[in-house]
Design a protein around this ligand. Structure first.
Ligand SMILES: [Zn+2]
Length: 341
């Protein structure tokens, strides 16, 4: 118990200082996406990359930048193509929208000067060309968090139609978690997948698995465990890792994926551990705890270093000693003793 008692005030202080942390957003659209011109490219800080719709607009089509919470929007500018005559709108409650500006020559700009929860682009319904949005440029307080690792999860096959809504929700949640996953598993020169395909199939004997840029889940599993969206976050971590095999220890590859899932993404769900039976190389969430112990006690960058080495085919057990001065086995014993403490 003691470590938790000591840690709490620190977290409170950090939260206080962190008041102006950027607010997360989602880019939502009624259009299908054209190829790899994915939605999040409309808010990635790069005007050279665009979101492109796969068809011309119809009545009711919108592209929305939805904020997790209200921010004071000083100015908002949207640049793109196929937009002239359309409007830029803002919403104070995230549901009802009011006109802010009209698009002329591919630009709409406004200075709302008030708290908003969303911005949206409404193209004219008789436009001939598909909509392209280069960028939402928003000056706000707090700032909005742009997508450092733009991605789109595309649900392309669901064997059980009653699970389609669940799959869409899981895809959305994985898109949201992708920044966290990639921050945890970043390494110089590595560019993660921008389009990840997700399907739910009958006859899959594990909850889910990843192969390349595709994640396949079991209809049977997710019918029974609809709360297990974290399983898809674990598979998303594998898509970013991309180094299963290559002589990397399997328990460590899984441990890193579950470190991302259970230490960073959903720590409340890691569950109990049996200190008598726990082994550092037990894989999955047990190894995730072991890695968390090393990160906390010895080296905040330990998982980053492991990840980089495994990705670059340079993994060796010596990495443990380099970061901690102790062998893997010594660390395993020490960690196990700490669980009983
Ligand atoms: Zn796995």
């Amino acid at each position: 118990m003691l470590p938790f008692v000591l840690a709490l005030p620190l977290i409170a202080v950090a939260a206080g200082l962190d008041e102006k942390a950027p607010v997360a957003v989602a880019v939502e659209s009624t259009f299908p996406t054209k190829d790899d011109r994915i939605r999040q490219q409309a808010f990635d800080g790069d005007v050279d990359s665009a979101y492109e719709a796969a068809r011309p607009p119809r009545e009711g089509d919108v592209v929305t930048l939805a904020f997790d919470g209200p921010v004071l929007v000083r100015s908002a500018e949207v640049r793109g193509g196929g937009l002239d005559g359309g409007t830029l709108e803002g919403s104070e409650d995230g549901a009802t929208f009011a006109r802010l500006a009209e698009f002329r020559e591919g630009v709409a700009k406004a200075e709302p000067g008030k708290n908003l929860k969303a911005l949206r682009v409404v193209p004219t319904k008789d436009a001939k060309d598909p909509v392209a949005i280069r960028e939402f440029v928003v000056d706000s307080d707090p700032a909005l968090r742009r997508f450092a690792y733009p991605v789109e999860f595309v649900v392309d096959e669901v064997d059980d139609a009653s699970l389609k809504g669940w799959a869409d929700k899981a895809a959305k949640e994985c898109e949201r978690a992708y920044g966290l996953i990639n921050d945890a598993l970043r390494s110089d020169g590595y560019r993660p997948a921008r389009v990840v395909r997700m399907s739910l199939k009958d006859g899959v004997d594990v909850p889910a698995y990843a192969a390349g840029d595709r994640i396949t889940g079991s209809t049977k599993w997710f019918r029974r465990h609809p709360d297990d969206i974290g399983a898809m976050v674990h598979e998303s971590a594998h898509v970013v890792q991309r180094y299963r095999g290559r002589n990397n220890p399997g328990w460590l590859v899984e441990g890193v994926a579950d470190y991302v899932r259970f230490v960073l993404y959903e720590p409340a769900n890691i569950g109990p551990i049996d200190p008598e039976k726990a082994r550092y190389d037990q894989s999955y969430r047990v190894t995730a705890r072991f890695l968390g112990y090393i990160v906390e006690k010895y080296d905040p960058e330990f998982v980053l270093k492991l990840n980089r080495a495994m990705r670059e085919r340079k993994y060796s057990d010596d990495l443990f000693k380099e970061s901690t001065g102790k062998t893997m086995q010594e660390l395993g014993d020490e960690w196990k003793a700490s669980l009983k403490g």
